[in-house]
Design a protein around this ligand. Structure first.
Ligand SMILES: Cc1cc2nc3c(=O)[nH]c(=O)nc-3n(C[C@H](O)[C@H](O)[C@H](O)COP(=O)(O)O)c2cc1C
Length: 391
């Protein structure tokens, strides 16, 4: 792993984002960077976070702040988890392994996506990270359960059911860019790749030379050929009939911790609790799915109050600064997932790039805590009557 110091000019997540934009073909960059439909929600997530003021306590000794957090029975040095992001393996060669290595170095879990380009077995063997596994429910539940057996055998102990993607999201820029999995050849895509020769050589040509055109590693082997894909299309398409019955099934079959991701209502949080779920992620999927969704910040306080200590609550969507992590914690989250920020990092420079982003976020969180007079995460408090500052 290139040492994070090699990225000395990258001073914040926005710098990493710009570096990723330079490196990646436009279709791929927009896939990771943008939102959905009119992209109202992505801006709104930013505004909502910015509007949360934190309350500084003065004259507190902050020479030894602790950012330690207890996440699902494990004490970690930081309250963070790297979020599941489909196709991380397209932004860097074996990008999922790179993300997992950065997570391992920071002592935090990495959540592998169902739609990962690298298999959970390889990520486990080659990273040594504490791996979580994110599940999209396939129509064929038998195949889905086989996939869970694979994840368990690879050493995964935490399963994350994503509940906020009942139907395919509307992302028009992907259609305009001709971007999708399986990757399709087009003049536009060829030009896009030709304009980004570093990415073409270090990601696409390496993939072609080793395992062929990159595709979803957890899908059955037949999925790699066109005919096989057509035959399987129905079985491994994302089910639209995912209900609490599936949560019941997963609770029976999964021996480890169970997390439901994408909860935005108090009653759904309480239902998760009553189904024996160990944690929820209050998330609007990084504003990628429902453009009129509330922000996690809008609902987190009510959910935290209703759930109390009976279930762990994590949050994500929009973290670009350590202060954003502090904001989510102040609203009641125990841990925070990081999606695009570490993806920009890995796109800019593999495991070292992702590690640089994690270093920046943790340094910013420590600085924020120092300014707030917070010796530990539980000391972070919001201003109760925060005015909407907007932008
Ligand atoms: C490129 C990309 C792919 C994603 N793929 C998945 C996925 O496969 N499963 C999932 O549950 N969430 C997925 N997400 C959502 C993230 O897990 C997370 O909720 C979101 O990125 C958090 O917002 P942030 O990117 O602003 O940090 C994806 C996000 C991005 C940016």
């Amino acid at each position: 792993m290139a040492e994070p110091a090699a990225f000395a000019r990258i001073l914040n997540v926005e710098d990493a984002r710009r570096a990723a934009r330079r490196r990646l073909p436009r279709g791929l960059f927009e896939y990771i960077d943008r939102g959905c439909e009119d992209e109202i929600s992505i801006l709104a997530n930013r505004r909502r976070l910015d509007a949360i003021a934190l309350s500084p306590g003065v004259l507190v000794d902050v020479s030894h702040p602790s950012m330690e957090a207890d996440i699902l029975g494990r004490r970690q040095p930081l309250p963070l988890v790297i979020a599941p992001t489909a196709v991380a393996g397209l932004v860097w060669h074996d990008g999922e392994i790179a993300l997992a290595r950065a997570a391992a170095r920071a002592g935090i879990p990495f959540c592998v996506s169902t739609q990962s380009i690298t298999s959970v077995e390889r990520i486990a063997t080659e990273s040594g990270a504490d791996l979580w596994f994110q599940l999209y429910v396939w129509k064929d539940r038998r195949r889905m359960l086989n996939l869970l057996d694979r994840a368990w055998a690879a050493g995964v102990k935490t399963l994350v059911l994503t509940a906020d993607t009942a139907v395919g999201p509307n992302r028009e820029y992907n259609l305009r860019n001709g971007f999708g999995i399986p990757l399709k050849a087009s003049w536009r895509a060829a030009l896009d790749v030709a304009l980004h020769p570093r990415w073409a050589a270090t990601v696409m040509l390496r993939a072609l030379a080793s395992s062929g055109i990159p595709t979803y590693a957890h899908y059955p082997a037949e999925f790699r050929t066109r005919l096989g894909r057509e035959a399987l299309a129905d079985e491994v398409s994302l089910a639209k009939d995912v209900t609490w019955d599936d949560v019941r099934l997963l609770r029976q079959r999964w021996r480890g911790k169970l997390v439901v991701k994408g909860v935005l209502r108090v009653e759904d949080a309480l239902a998760a609790r009553s189904h024996g779920v160990d944690a929820i992620v209050v998330s609007n999927h990084g504003a990628r799915n429902l453009d009129c969704a509330p922000g996690p910040t809008d609902v987190l306080p009510q959910i935290a109050e209703a759930v109390g200590d009976r279930m762990e609550i994590f949050a994500d969507s929009g973290v670009r600064r350590g202060a954003d992590i502090a904001r989510f914690l102040a609203l009641g989250a125990r841990g925070v997932m990081i999606g695009r920020a570490t993806l920009y990092g890995v796109a800019m420079g593999g495991a070292g790039g992702a590690a640089r982003v994690l270093d920046l976020l943790s340094t910013e969180l420590r600085t924020t805590m120092g300014m707030l007079g917070a010796q530990k995460l539980a000391d972070i408090r919001r201003v109760e009557s925060a005015q909407q500052v907007g932008r």
